[in-house]
Design a protein around this ligand. Structure first.
Ligand SMILES: Cc1cc2nc3c(=O)[nH]c(=O)nc-3n(C[C@H](O)[C@H](O)[C@H](O)COP(=O)(O)O)c2cc1C
Length: 313
């Protein structure tokens, strides 16, 4: 598998899908600078809205010269009522990369492979990785401790090493990566691609509101609160957003996963409670996605030449 996607990826980086943050404008902007752009299907409120986003991507990409590939995040769990319809749209439009999470039901991977789609599947442990590799995933997104959104807990060195023992499928490293140097570090660890979410939240093209962007600028890793109690799955939250929402941090820290709020309340809560990864300290300003991409690419090139000099010395 050509993970440079015919040389259209300028550096081995994916701008990760983020609920209520990703937009076609953000994905198009990163694709235009040579970084894979993505969004979750469930970012849209309906099947029709998802189709509109796909059409917007296709039209936008047509206007670009050699854009990087793009991808859609699909929750492939039976609990996702839209799964079948959204999958059909990915098949119809031949979405080049499908980022799957939360399961690997029979024949979903086959149906994506049939049109030539590439599947990268979220994993948080070597056992998940082994199962996803056996089910036919083309790459494994190693979601490590410190990632934004629903996170893993395992240290990236430990997780990459353990995944390497069970499969040689490409690894996409996720969790608190923020700079071009981090992308190079991921490659050095044996990852084929890096995955960055939080770094793109403050982009002007994202769906984040002004308050969220400012919170990120003011926060660092010490302001990230890990809890599974908010919606039942382990996730990293911005502490000031929890406090503003009137959530008792002591209760959150000690509550059994899933017992604090019902799933129905979660969507409403997400409008107030915000998430980010441990890399938030590297966010200094609101700027265009193109500027963020260009900075990361320049950092990557600088880190490469500094490393080359250090290795020769
Ligand atoms: C606000 C937010 C929302 C997210 N939503 C999703 C999502 O809907 N689907 C998904 O697969 N990952 C989601 N993620 C996880 C990212 O795709 C990625 O794994 C993570 O952001 C990487 O860690 P980083 O934020 O430290 O770079 C989300 C992350 C954040 C910060």
């Amino acid at each position: 598998m050509d993970l440079t996607f015919g040389g259209t990826l300028r550096i081995p980086l994916i701008a990760a899908p983020m609920f209520l943050v990703s937009t076609p404008a953000l994905a198009l902007a990163t694709c235009s600078r040579g970084i894979m752009g993505t969004f979750p299907a469930h970012c849209t409120r309906s099947h029709k809205a998802f189709q509109d986003w796909i059409l917007e991507m296709e039209a936008g990409l047509d206007a670009l010269d050699s854009p990087a590939p793009w991808g859609v995040n699909l929750v492939v769990h039976p609990s996702n009522a839209r799964m079948e319809g959204d999958l059909e749209l990915c098949i119809q439009h031949e979405v080049p990369v499908v980022l799957t999470s939360k399961g690997s039901p029979d024949n979903v991977f086959d149906r994506i492979h049939e049109y030539g789609g590439i599947i990268f599947h979220d994993v948080a442990s070597a056992r998940h990785a082994e199962k996803a590799a056996a089910a036919g995933a083309d790459g494994l997104i190693a979601v490590c401790g410190g990632a934004g959104g629903h996170t893993g807990t395992i240290n990236p060195f430990a997780l990459v090493n353990e995944i390497r023992e069970v499969t040689d499928k490409p690894i996409i490293l996720s969790g608190a990566l923020s700079t071009g140097r981090d992308v190079l570090a991921a490659q050095t660890m044996g990852a084929a691609l890096a995955y960055m979410g939080t770094r793109f939240i403050p982009a002007v093209e994202s769906g984040a509101d002004e308050h969220y962007r400012q919170m990120l600028i003011n926060c660092s890793s010490k302001d990230v609160f890990y809890s599974a109690a908010l919606d039942g799955a382990p996730a990293n939250w911005i502490t000031p957003s929890l406090i503003e929402s009137g959530i008792d941090l002591k209760e959150l820290a000690t509550t059994v996963p899933g017992e604090v709020v019902s799933a129905g309340v979660v969507r409403e809560r997400y409008s107030k409670v915000k998430s980010c990864g441990h890399g938030v300290g590297m966010i200094k300003q609101v700027e265009s996605a193109a500027d963020i991409c260009d900075r990361i690419i320049a950092e990557y090139e600088r880190a490469k030449s500094e490393l080359a000099s250090a290795l020769v010395a």
